[in-house]
Each structure stands twice: as structure tokens, then as C-alpha cells.
Design a protein around this ligand. Structure first.
Ligand SMILES: [Zn+2]
Length: 620
């Protein structure tokens, strides 16, 4: 048994209330196998049934543990499911296999070889490389049914799974168990939090999002969707573990390249021109120069060579990493469709607002290196979760970028895209003709807060109160911290909440006065301090509002996480409606779906009164 599965079993952290930690969706195969063979009552997901050359597969689950298995009805006696292991025969002629990660990879080959158009697995279908919505999960995976419902109702595929790795997801469960995870600075809380702060592993999440589609029957709708391994760090301190990053992301159909780790340690030579001459192939430089000039942009020679000298080390590493992503897919997957992936180049981490010239040079470099870029993310000066204040200025900025991107047939990726105004999204959609991606993530944690806040279930209410208190305590500690950034940010968040509630904001004379002011507020998910600190609660050991408790990958952290996976059906339905409603809002304003289609979906959504009916609405 793998170390992660024994860790989870020993601590009674089962998939039913703690999914996606292990890469496997069956922790105890001997246990599940005997239940299947004894004819125990298990959940059979009838809608999951799909065909391969070996026969029909159906997903089954033990509701008590969450362990899953595949039941194969062989196409003919003795039919073999290539690559599937640990099978057990049943008296009726069927075979059952554990839902292990290895079996999932084998199933992908079987399913895609039989039907290249299958939508069980994330793919790089052309439309997904033109316009999409990035539905991230900074938090849990509880939003997935809502994403499936929205794609189904709107009849558009989106980036239905998106996460930064290794920042948010555990990139390697063995590294986690060995205590080898790095940490990520969070300046606004004045500390470093262990990476993988959501608790789930990249493989576990890859696995879970596929099973979710099968359980709800979403795959029967024939709508292609993608999985974005977001902000894959290139170079710098990540060089030493790039092979594990590549291996973990093997089911991702869309890779975002983030050059910033290498850029952060690149020192541009004083004689940039000389350095470029010595290090960058002359024919590539000539090609880039000609391509950019062909777009009607005038290059400032000194700036051009400086930029080249600055980005070239990272570009080489990106190219090498890209070859590794391709090689891992070629090794594991047998079909063309199974190996294909989309690419995004994130350049919003470069200093300042991105100029059209910079975008052009970066895209021309990628073109010269033979890397098709489907999305490029320039910096527009967005603040996460804040509308852009000036729509006319935004239009001007996007128009200049779009004039370049369209020439490379690259769409624009809008990072920090959560929480913009309807008008902001309309401008993005209008200028690009909906050739865009809006990346959203933090929004779905906020919606969970609204969902449990509004629930009448006692356990949901207790979760809400504890969650809210956690953010109050973090905000108060922050507001009186010796760390200047932490203090400043905490006071901004508190002041905003007081101001919006019509209260005096001069409350920082002492911790007692600040506490009295905050405690006089009615708890609400609309308070900015709740919004900013909420996502770290999911893996805070014991739910404690202490820096040392954040991102706790021990059993205490996972038991905390289980509280969210134990919310009531009422909270789940509230949540599903809020998430789906937000996706409809994004699709409508960006023009990814038509207004009548969005209006129809919104009406349908409003009518659901039970989670079962909602889930039933995903596919017939
Ligand atoms: Zn970015």
C-alpha cells in the first residue's frame, strides 16, 4: 500500500469526507473488493456507464468510505482491459478494478482510443483554446457539480478545473508526508504558509474532477472541458523538482507557464547587447525583430536587447519544461487527443503594465521556439477582487494588446479576474470578440461563505460562526502586528468593513477598541476581512487562528477540512446555485454564451429546491 493511503487509513481520513488527498480514489481495495464480491449495497452510478473496446465500464462507490471501483462488463468472454490492474472477477462475468490513479491512466487510453471525441477526460479541444472561463478552486472541490451544471445548461465547455501547482495543490504526496513541502510567502498575513495549502494533491484533484463528471453524467452531454495546471513555475528554485511537477500534472490538458521564479534571479548583464549576441541564436533574434516590425510596432533597440537578455534564460527553461510535458504525455498516453495540451504564457508577473511591444516580443519568441501559445496574460493593473475603475481606460489597454495577440492567434488571459464589474467583463468580451479567458478562484470560497451563512442547518451555522471568528481573530492580530505590511493590510480590511456598515473607522487606538468595533458588527460574508482571510481556514489545524496552524498537512488539518465536506444538502444546494449563477454572469457578460441562453439557464437554476433535482439536471 502506498504511504499516503496508509497515512489516510490510519487516521481514518476517508475519501467520503476528505477527497482528492491521495492520487487514488480507493484507499482500501481489499476491503472494497470483498464488499463487492459479497454483494454489499454500494452506490452504482448508472449515468457513468461508458464504452471501450474491452466493454462497458460503470463507476461504483462505497458510500460509507468513498472508495470507488470500476465495474467492467466485458465486450466478450476473455476481453482484456489493457493496462488495468488488480482486477477481481465476479460470478456474473464482470470484473471489478480499484479506482487507482494507475487504472485511471489506463482508462483514459481505453476510452480515447475507442472514442476520440469522448468528454470524460479534460482535453485541448480547439474551442477551449480560444475562449473559456477558468474556474479555480483555492479552497475545496465542492463547486464541481455547479460547474458541470453550468456547462451543461449553457452548452459551453470551460476550464472546469484550475489550480496553481505547487502553490495551492500538493505537488507530491510523498514530499508532503516527508515534511519536504516548501512554503509560500503571504505578505498580507505576515508569514509563510506551507505550499499545497488546500490539502489536496494534484493527482487526487485530477482524478476527482473526472469522477465528478461521470457521477453526474456530464460526459454524456458531449461538451469538452479542460484542466489547467495554473502558474507552473519555471526555473529558479523549482529547477530541482521540475520532473515531479511534470509527472503530477500529466492529466492537465492546459499548462500555464509562469516565468517569474527564473526572472526573479536573472541579472541582466551591463552589456545586454553583447550578452544577447553571445547567448541568443542570431537567427531567432532576427526572426523576432522582423515579426514585431511586421506588426507595425517600432522597437527601441536598447529596450529590445535588455528585454531579451532579461527573459532569455527563462525562455530556454520554459522550452525545456514544455518538452518534458509533451514527453510525459507521449509516454503515458496512446492517442493524439490524449496527448494534446493547450499553453498559456503568463507575463503579468513582469514588472509594470505590459506594453504591446513586450507582448509581441514574448509571443514572437515562443513562435520562434515552436511553442504555440493559446492564451497570453499581460498585466492590466488588476487588483484581485476589485473592479477596474475606468472602463474607457480598460478598453484602450485591451485594444492595444488585442491588436498584437490576434496576429499570433493567441487569446487574452485575464489574471486576477475575480470580482470585476459586469461592465469590465463586457469590455473584455467586446474588444477580443470573446477570445479570452477570465481566471476566477477566490470567488468560490466567498460563495461557500454565503451558502453556509444562509443555511438553516445547525451544523452549517456552527461552521459559519467558527469560520467567521477565525477571520476576526486573524484580522485583529494582523492589525496590531509589528510587521508593517501585515498591519497595513489588516487595517484596510477592517476599515472597509466598518465603513460599509456606516461605523466610525478610527478604532485602532488599542486592540480592545478595535475588537469592540468589530464585535459590534453583525457577522457577514460581505466583510472584507472575512473575504481576505477565509480560504486559509480549510486546512487550519483545529481551526485555530494562528499562523502556525495554517496549511496543516497533519491529521489535525485534514479533520478541519472534513468539516466542509460534511455540510448539509441545504448548504450544498445554496452553494451550487451561487456558483452556477456566477458562471452564468461571467458567460453572459464576456459574450461566451448568448443572452437568451443565459436567461434560460438562470431561470432554470432559480427553480431548484433540492440538491437531487439540481444534480439530475446536469444530464438526462
Ligand atoms: Zn499570471
Amino acid at each position: 500500500m502506498s504511504p499516503i493511503n496508509s497515512f489516510l487509513l490510519q487516521n481514518n481520513l476517508r475519501i467520503a469526507h476528505n477527497p482528492c488527498v491521495s492520487p487514488d480514489f480507493c484507499l482500501d481495495w481489499p476491503g472494497l473488493r470483498s464488499k463487492v464480491q459479497a454483494g454489499a449495497a454500494l452506490t452504482v452510478y448508472a449515468k457513468s456507464r461508458f464504452e471501450t473496446a474491452a466493454g462497458f465500464f460503470t463507476l461504483i462507490e462505497d458510500p460509507a468510505t468513498g472508495d470507488c471501483a470500476w465495474r467492467l462488463e466485458p465486450a466478450r468472454a476473455g476481453a482484456v482491459a489493457d493496462g488495468m490492474t488488480e482486477g477481481a472477477s465476479l460470478p456474473d462475468g464482470a470484473t471489478v478494478f480499484p479506482a487507482s490513479f494507475a487504472n485511471l491512466l489506463a482508462l483514459k487510453n481505453l476510452a480515447q482510443a475507442f472514442n476520440p471525441a469522448t468528454t470524460i477526460f479534460p482535453t485541448a479541444a480547439p474551442r477551449l483554446g480560444q475562449g473559456t472561463l477558468g474556474i479555480g478552486a483555492r479552497f475545496t472541490t465542492l463547486h464541481w457539480p455547479a460547474v458541470e451544471w453550468a456547462m451543461s445548461a449553457l452548452e459551453i465547455g470551460v476550464t472546469a478545473n484550475q489550480n496553481s501547482i505547487p502553490r495551492e495543490l500538493v505537488y507530491d504526496v510523498n514530499a508532503m508526508l516527508d515534511g519536504r513541502l516548501d512554503s509560500v510567502p503571504f505578505p498580507f498575513i505576515g508569514t509563510n504558509v506551507p505550499e499545497g495549502h488546500q490539502g489536496q494533491s494534484v493527482e487526487g484533484m485530477s482524478h476527482g474532477c473526472i469522477l465528478s463528471k461521470l457521477k453526474t453524467g456530464f460526459h454524456r452531454r458531449g461538451i469538452a472541458w479542460s484542466f489547467n495546471a495554473d502558474h507552473q513555475p519555471i526555473g529558479g528554485k523549482f529547477d530541482s523538482r521540475e520532473d515531479q511537477l511534470v509527472e503530477g500534472c500529466v492529466l492537465a490538458s492546459y499548462i500555464t507557464f509562469d516565468l517569474s521564479p527564473e526572472l526573479a534571479q536573472t541579472k541582466v548583464a551591463d552589456d545586454a547587447a553583447g550578452w544577447v549576441k553571445a547567448h541568443v541564436p542570431a537567427d531567432l533574434v532576427a526572426k523576432v525583430r522582423a515579426r514585431v516590425a511586421g506588426l507595425g510596432l517600432t522597437l527601441n533597440e536598447a529596450e529590445f536587447t535588455r528585454l531579451l537578455a532579461y527573459v532569455w534564460p527563462s525562455m530556454q527553461k520554459m522550452k525545456r519544461r514544455d518538452e518534458k510535458y509533451a514527453a510525459a504525455r507521449a509516454r503515458l498516453f496512446t492517442t493524439e487527443v490524449g496527448r494534446a495540451y493547450l499553453r498559456e504564457l503568463s507575463i503579468d508577473e513582469l514588472p509594470g503594465l505590459t506594453t504591446p511591444e513586450t507582448t509581441a516580443i514574448m509571443l514572437a519568441l515562443c513562435e520562434g521556439l515552436g511553442m504555440k501559445i493559446h492564451f497570453v496574460a499581460p498585466a492590466f493593473g488588476f487588483q484581485k477582487n476589485m473592479p477596474y475603475p475606468d472602463n474607457a481606460a480598460l478598453r484602450g489597454l485591451i485594444e492595444k494588446q488585442w491588436a498584437v495577440c490576434r496576429q499570433f492567434e493567441s487569446s487574452i488571459g485575464f489574471h486576477s479576474g475575480s470580482g470585476k464589474s459586469a461592465e469590465n467583463y463586457q469590455v473584455m468580451g467586446e474588444v477580443t470578440g470573446s477570445r479570452l479567458e477570465i481566471k476566477t478562484s477566490g470567488r468560490y470560497t466567498y460563495e461557500m461563505g454565503r451558502a453556509v451563512f444562509a443555511s438553516r442547518n445547525a451544523a452549517d451555522q456552527a461552521l459559519w460562526r467558527d469560520w467567521y471568528t477565525f477571520t476576526v481573530e486573524l484580522a485583529l492580530k494582523g492589525a496590531f502586528s509589528a510587521d508593517a505590511t501585515e498591519q497595513k493590510m489588516a487595517r484596510i480590511f477592517i476599515t472597509d468593513a466598518l465603513e460599509k456598515s456606516g461605523r466610525p473607522v478610527d478604532v485602532f487606538a488599542s486592540e480592545a477598541t478595535a475588537r469592540a468595533a468589530i464585535e459590534a458588527l453583525a457577522p457577514s460574508p460581505e466583510h472584507m476581512f472575512w473575504f481576505e482571510y477565509n480560504f486559509l481556514y480549510v486546512l487550519a489545524g483545529g481551526g485555530r487562528a494562528e499562523k502556525a496552524a495554517l496549511g496543516d498537512h497533519s491529521p489535525a488539518g485534514y479533520r478541519q477540512r472534513a468539516r466542509f465536506y460534511s455540510v448539509s444538502d441545504e448548504a450544498r444546494l445554496n452553494y451550487a446555485k451561487l456558483v452556477a449563477g456566477y458562471i452564468i454572469f461571467l458567460a453572459e457578460n464576456t459574450g461566451l454564451a448568448s443572452k437568451p441562453r443565459c436567461a434560460g439557464a438562470a431561470k432554470l437554476l432559480a427553480g431548484y429546491t433540492s440538491m437531487d433535482a439540481f444534480l439530475g439536471g446536469i444530464s438526462n
